[in-house]
Structure formats: structure tokens, C-alpha cells
Design a protein around this ligand. Structure first.
Ligand SMILES: [Zn+2]
Length: 234
């Protein structure tokens, strides 16, 4: 930039100084913010527990907000232009997911699907050969999404719970319920990645994860195809 007069140069200099000073002010405010401190405290505590950051390299760097908004819109958690878009972008759905749960009940009439009125937890129970599987879907206040876990204390249910915790689309109730349903295929389907039934560990674990790929109805939760995976093959 050229300056024709000393006044122009002086003005450019003072404007730049003022802007930097303002930015510094914003930074100072953000730095003193309790939210910033809670994040820093958490990061410090976490790095004290384990300084291994290699897992972070597998997390995508961009698109978190967009993904969250997309999921939240689909799950009816947030409203778009005053109307709910519903689970599949179709029919309107209540914010608490009642319609989604009722749909799920109708699709699986022989399963036990119950919603506790006080806690709002959804318990789903069904039998596969030699075993009854019971899952609980819960949503805690301010939580980022739905919590999904299987009841039981054995190596397979522990592995399933780890796989459920890392599942995608945790804000989408319909997707969460469909993942539960995917476990009704039982324990006799081999892993889609390695083609084996047992994972080769000393516990001989069957595929403990279910992951979806888009089916015929592109984008629809109900048309998805679910495949079994070992935890180590995810
Ligand atoms: Zn495998």
C-alpha cells in the first residue's frame, strides 16, 4: 500500500494498532473465560493420565459441527425453520423420540421394548440362540448424544460396549435403535473385514461391532445394511 501523505501513514498505523489491541482484548476475555479453563484443566488431567495422543490422529479434523447439526436435525433434536424434519427427513417427529420408539416397537413386535417414564431410558430385550440380549438407551442432560450399552458382565458384552461407545451418529435415536436391531443377527455371522467368526483372542470373541452401509434407500436409516465386525477389525 502506498501512502501519499504522512497523515495517511499515521492513520493506517493507528488503525492497525487499535485493531490489534481489540483482538488482544478478545483473547484476554476468552482466556479468562471459565469454559476455557475447564477445557484446559481437562486437557491437563487427560495428558497426565496418558500422554499418548496417537488416537487423536484417527479423528477427522474438520466437519464436526456440520456433522453434529446434520445428525441433530435428522434426530429432531433441533428444529429447522420451525418444523421438525423427522428421522428420515420425512414425517415430523416429537422431540422426545416417542414416534421413533413406537415405530421400532411395531417393527419388532416380539421384542420387549420399554421406555421408563421417569428416567426416559429405553430398554430393548430379545433372544438370539442360547442368549437374551438386553440393551439400554439413555440420554443424560446436556449429553452430546444417546448412550447405548448392553447389559452383562462377560468379555463379549464388554467388547460390545466398547464398540457401541465408538459408534457413529450418536445423536440419532433411530440410527441408535437400528444398531441394536443389527445384533439380532446373532453370533454366527463372520466379520466383514477378516471373514472369520472368532477374533483369534484367548476369549474367542465373535464379532462384537455392527456397522452400517447405505442400502437401497439412500440416506434412510431403515434401509441400511448392517455388517458384523470384530472390535480389532474396525
Ligand atoms: Zn474381523
Amino acid at each position: 500500500m502506498e501512502y501519499n501523505t504522512p497523515e495517511q501513514l499515521y492513520k493506517a498505523f493507528t488503525d492497525a494498532s487499535r485493531n490489534r489491541s481489540r483482538e488482544l482484548g478478545h483473547f484476554r476475555t476468552a482466556w479468562k473465560d471459565p469454559q476455557t479453563h475447564s477445557i484446559l484443566d481437562r486437557a491437563k488431567k487427560s495428558s497426565e493420565e496418558s500422554s499418548d495422543l496417537s488416537a487423536a490422529l484417527q479423528v477427522q479434523q474438520y466437519g464436526w459441527t456440520e456433522e453434529y447439526l446434520q445428525e441433530a436435525k435428522q434426530a429432531g433434536v433441533i428444529q429447522v425453520r420451525g418444523t421438525n424434519t423427522g428421522v428420515d427427513g420425512g414425517d415430523a417427529e416429537e422431540e422426545d423420540g416417542t414416534a421413533t420408539v413406537n415405530d421400532f416397537k411395531q417393527a419388532h413386535p416380539s421384542w420387549q421394548v420399554e421406555r421408563d417414564e421417569s428416567s426416559n431410558n429405553i430398554t430393548i430385550s430379545f433372544r438370539i440362540p442360547t442368549l437374551t440380549m438386553t440393551f439400554v438407551v439413555s440420554r443424560e442432560l446436556d449429553a452430546a448424544g444417546y448412550l447405548l450399552r448392553i447389559l452383562g458382565a462377560n468379555p463379549w458384552s464388554s467388547a460390545i460396549n466398547r464398540c457401541l461407545a465408538s459408534r457413529p451418529r450418536q445423536h440419532n435415536l433411530a440410527y441408535t435403535l437400528e444398531m441394536v436391531a443389527a445384533y439380532s443377527s446373532g453370533r454366527t455371522n463372520p466379520c466383514a473385514a477378516c471373514g472369520k467368526l472368532a477374533d483369534g483372542s484367548s476369549d474367542w470373541l465373535m464379532p462384537s461391532a455392527r456397522r452400517s452401509k447405505a442400502g437401497k434407500n439412500e440416506g434412510s436409516v431403515k434401509g441400511m445394511i448392517w455388517e458384523p465386525f470384530h472390535e480389532k477389525c474396525l
